[in-house]
Design a protein. Structure first.
Length: 317
């Protein structure tokens, strides 16, 4: 009788294990936890989006405006981020600036644009983040879809972590880039980690840019093509600051330390006259950086819940 009970118990545990294994397999499917489908008209949803404002980073030429429809709006089912060639006075300008802050030494900007962020609205740790977008084109443009750690105000960059889901520079028109930055690996040290993939005219049609982020690695995708993986080497927070929340950034920069390379001789005024468009930029085929749909998917609730059940049951086997 005792032997039969032990056999029956093993059978029960075997059935439980099979059921749990099946559930783990199913748990790999993504469940939607946040999205903006841009199925409205007007300014970006203020419950989901904030703005960066001013001259922000990388010696870029544009001034980021806040809640200005000319630079950021939703229409015809798309989020439009538009850069415009126009004079824009810098309210932070100081004629006697001596602190070395370049943001205060510029009296005005020659361009305006927008940078939308989910900071103080939403942030995520792990999951699938995907953006469907059509990029601008032409020398000087530098659009990006990326993330920063929410603790940037406390630890600064690059210790907070940076995840570049997509970067694009107009002087390399058929290539998109993926990069990560942290204290140990970053472009300032020359130790940056990243990759690139050839993309046929990403400014001519919509493509999906995505990451799949787990505690062990990040995979980066252009449509269905995985072209970069960054693995957790378990070397501490300096080598993997990605076990904490990050917020999303969608921006269109003009010029700057990378976007402004290889285009020092462009005559902007002549180009403006030739284009005869209300949007004057460094490229002749349009000035719109348009995101068609934005989703964040996470499997944490299903997969990690089952891991907890397995951890509880295994000591009993």
């Amino acid at each position: 009788m005792e032997k039969n009970e032990r056999g029956f118990t093993k059978q029960i545990y075997g059935v439980i294990f099979i059921l749990l294994w099946s559930s783990l397999t199913l748990a790999g499917e993504w469940s939607l936890v946040w999205s903006d489908e841009f199925d409205y008209t007007g300014p970006p949803n203020e419950e989901k989006w904030n703005y960066e404002q001013g001259f922000v980073r990388n010696q870029e030429l544009q001034y980021y405006t806040k809640a200005r429809k000319e630079n950021a709006r939703v229409e015809n089912g798309h989020l439009i981020i538009e850069a415009r060639k126009e004079d824009w006075l810098n309210p932070d300008y100081r004629a006697d600036e001596s602190s070395g802050r370049w943001q205060r030494s510029r009296e005005k900007a020659d361009y305006t644009s927008a940078s939308l962020i989910t900071k103080d609205k939403a942030s995520w740790t792990y999951g699938r983040i995907e953006v469907k977008a059509k990029l601008p084109a032409g020398r000087g443009v530098w659009p990006a879809i990326w993330m920063l750690g929410t603790n940037i105000g406390q630890v600064g960059w690059p210790k907070c972590g940076e995840i570049d889901i997509m970067e694009y520079v107009g002087f390399d028109p058929n290539t998109v880039y993926a990069n990560v930055h942290m204290a140990k690996y970053n472009h300032v040290k020359g130790t940056g980690k990243g990759s690139k993939i050839k993309a046929d005219k990403p400014y001519a049609s919509f493509h999906t840019y995505a990451i799949e982020w787990t505690p062990e690695k990040m995979d980066f995708f252009f449509d269905e093509n995985k072209y970069f993986t960054f693995e957790n080497e378990h070397g501490g927070v300096d080598a993997w600051p990605f076990d904490q929340p990050h917020y999303l950034i969608l921006n269109l920069a003009i010029g700057g330390s990378w976007g402004g390379q290889k285009c020092p001789s462009i005559n902007l005024w002549s180009l403006r006259q030739r284009m005869r468009s209300p949007c004057f930029l460094l490229y002749p085929i349009g000035c719109v950086y348009s995101a068609g749909a934005f989703r964040i998917r996470s499997y944490r609730r299903s997969l990690f819940a089952w891991i907890g059940v397995l951890t509880y049951l295994l000591p009993s086997l």
